[in-house]
Design a protein around this ligand. Sequence first.
Ligand SMILES: C[S@@+](CC[C@H](N)C(=O)[O-])C[C@H]1O[C@@H](n2cnc3c(N)ncnc32)[C@H](O)[C@@H]1O
Length: 185
Amino acid sequence: MEKHICPWYLGYILANPLRRLYQNPEKILSPYLKQGMKVLEVGPGMGFFSLPMARIVGASGRIFCIDLQEKMLQSLRRRTMKANLLGRMEMRLCSESSLQIADLAGSIDFALAFAVIHEVPDQKLLLKEIYSSFKKDGLLFISEPKGHVTKEEFEKTCAFAQSNGMKIINSPNIRGSHSAVLRKI
Ligand SMILES: C[S@@+](CC[C@H](N)C(=O)[O-])C[C@H]1O[C@@H](n2cnc3c(N)ncnc32)[C@H](O)[C@@H]1O
């Protein structure tokens, strides 16, 4: 079945600072991030989570932002420049069927996929690619909107990740979302 991709213009709404009132990036992600970490963000949109993550990992860290839509990445690039964080971010365009991140194999500490997995046609392949990018003990944070994804569908996504060698270590409570943190085992 063809998946619905978030239209690029909705990226502006998703990156609106008012969203912080119910989904605060620092509160949600700080427990898992440290200075110097290498982070993979799948489907960053216009960077609601990317810029706060870049601040947390500091100048010695790096955020690899991989998105399907050039317009999302263009806006993310502009916001990153304005925030003076370009040196710690890398934006990459991918295809619908692959993140094209073979060069990152074994290098990533933390991966975030927020409100994106339900848009990806082959979830198993996506999770395999993310898994291959991880260092030992790599962490994957997945979150899916309750309005688009049922509890059963989210559990299926988690099961795919578990069958790819990951273990659920936490189920964060995020308003409007199903969420889980998994560790590479
Ligand atoms: C609903 S938006 C979420 C954006 C951001 N994560 C947030 O929470 O604000 C989904 C994003 O995932 C991207 N996307 C969809 N399918 C993708 C795929 N197969 N690979 C990478 N990015 C994808 C879309 O272009 C869009 O930027």
